[in-house]
Design a protein around this ligand. Structure first.
Ligand SMILES: CC(C)(COP(=O)([O-])OP(=O)([O-])OC[C@H]1O[C@@H](n2cnc3c(N)ncnc32)[C@H](O)[C@@H]1OP(=O)([O-])[O-])[C@@H](O)C(=O)NCCC(=O)NCCSC(=O)C[C@@](C)(O)CC(=O)[O-]
Length: 302
C-alpha cells in the first residue's frame, strides 16, 4: 500500500480538547477557536458534545457554541451524541455529522457512558437511524482500541467485534482511538486492520492521544496502511475525563508539519493554525502542547 498523497484532518480541539479543562472556557472563546480553525483551512471540526452536564460540565454550553458559529461553506461541524436525548438536543443545532461513541473495552464503556458495549449499541441504533433519516452523517468513535486504563491491553479481535456492531447499525465511518496513548506502531496497525474488516479505507480514521509520545509514529504507521483520515487537536489540547492521566490528542500543528514535510496535501495553513493554537493556549495560560508550535513561535520572536 502506498502512502496517501492527501490527508483529511478533523480537529477535535474544541470538544475532546476542552472537555477536560479545569478552567471554565467561555462559549465565546470556543466559538473564536472554531473560527480560527476554519480560517486555517480545517474542513472538519468536532465542536462539542450533547452529554450530561453533570458528567462533563465543560460541554454544557453546546447549544450556545453551535449557534454562535459563523459557518463556512465546505466545513463540516460534528458533535457527540451518546443517546436519543443528546441527539434530540443536537439536531436543533444542525450538525453536519453526529458521533456515537463506544468502547472496545467493557470497563471503559461502563465508566464513560454508564452501560455495557451491548447496551451502548442498543442506545446508538435509534440515534443512527434518526440521524440518517434527518440527512445527518454518522461517525462512530471507538475508544480503547489498543489499551484501556482499567483492563490493560485490548486484543484486535475486540476492536473488530465493536467495528462490526457499529457497521451493523448503519454507522458510516469510524475512528480508531488510542484513548490513553499507549499504542505503538504495530499495535495500532493491528487495531486499524481489525477495523478494516468492516469498513473501507476511506471510512477509517486514526485518533491518537500522545500520552507516551507515540502519536506521530502511530500516524505514520496508519499512513503506511493507506489510512488518510486523522483526528488531532490544535495545541495538543485534551484528555478524557474517564481516562485518568491520559493527555491530549496529537497536536494538529505537529501532524501538519510532518505531512507537509512528506509532501502530503492537507489544505491547512500552518501559520494560521499556529495562531489558533496560540490563541487558546494564551487563554489557558500555558504553552501549546506542540513541539512544532513552540519552535515556530520561538522563531517568530527572533
Ligand atoms: C451517556 C450518559 C448521558 C449516560 O448517563 P446515565 O446516567 O446512564 O443516563 P440516564 O439516561 O440514566 O440519565 C441520567 C441523567 O442524565 C441526563 N442525560 C442523559 N442523557 C443526556 C444527554 N445526552 N444530555 C444531557 N443530559 C442527559 C438525564 O436527563 C438524567 O438527568 P437527571 O434526571 O439526573 O437530571 C452519561 O454517561 C454521560 O453524559 N457521559 C459522558 C460521556 C463523555 O462525554 N465522555 C467523554 C467523551 S468520549 C471520549 O472523550 C473518547 C473519544 C470519543 O474522544 C475517543 C477516545 O479518545 O477514546
Amino acid at each position: 500500500m502506498s502512502i496517501p498523497s492527501r490527508v483529511r484532518l478533523i480537529d477535535v480541539g474544541p470538544r475532546d480538547g476542552l472537555q477536560n479543562e479545569k478552567t471554565p472556557v467561555p462559549a465565546a472563546v470556543k466559538i473564536e477557536l472554531v473560527h480560527r480553525l476554519q480560517q486555517a483551512g480545517l474542513k472538519e471540526i468536532e465542536v462539542t458534545s450533547y452529554v450530561s452536564p453533570k458528567w462533563v460540565p465543560q460541554m454544557a454550553d453546546n447549544h450556545e457554541v453551535m449557534s454562535g458559529i459563523t459557518r463556512q461553506r465546505g466545513v463540516a461541524y460534528s458533535v457527540l451524541t451518546p443517546n436519543l436525548k443528546g441527539f434530540e438536543s443536537a439536531v436543533l443545532d444542525r450538525p453536519d455529522e453526529i458521533v456515537v461513541f463506544g468502547s472496545a473495552s467493557e470497563a471503559f464503556s461502563q465508566r464513560n457512558i454508564n452501560c455495557s458495549i451491548a447496551e451502548s449499541i442498543e442506545r446508538f441504533a435509534p440515534v443512527v437511524e434518526a440521524a440518517l433519516a434527518a440527512g445527518i452523517r454518522v461517525r462512530g468513535a471507538m475508544s480503547c482500541t489498543v489499551g484501556c486504563p482499567y483492563e490493560g491491553d485490548i486484543a484486535p479481535e475486540r476492536v473488530a467485534y465493536l467495528a462490526g456492531l457499529l457497521q451493523g447499525i448503519g454507522v458510516q465511518r469510524v475512528d480508531v482511538a488510542d484513548t490513553i496513548g499507549v499504542g505503538t506502531p504495530r499495535k495500532v496497525q493491528k487495531a486499524l486492520e481489525a477495523t478494516l474488516q468492516h469498513f473501507g479505507i476511506d471510512e477509517v480514521s486514526g485518533h491518537f492521544h500522545d500520552t507516551y509520545g507515540q502519536a506521530l509514529s502511530n500516524t505514520l504507521a496508519a499512513l503506511e496502511l493507506g489510512v488518510w483520515n486523522f483526528q488531532s487537536s490544535v495545541a495538543g489540547l485534551g484528555g478524557c475525563p474517564y481516562a485518568k492521566g491520559a493527555t491530549g490528542n496529537v497536536a494538529t500543528e505537529d501532524v501538519v508539519y510532518m505531512l507537509q514535510g512528506m509532501g502530503i496535501e492537507t489544505g491547512i495553513d500552518l501559520d494560521l493554525l499556529i495562531d489558533a493554537g496560540a490563541y487558546i493556549s494564551d487563554f489557558l495560560g500555558r504553552k501549546p502542547n506542540s513541539r512544532v508550535a513552540v519552535a515556530l513561535l520561538t522563531r517568530r520572536k527572533h
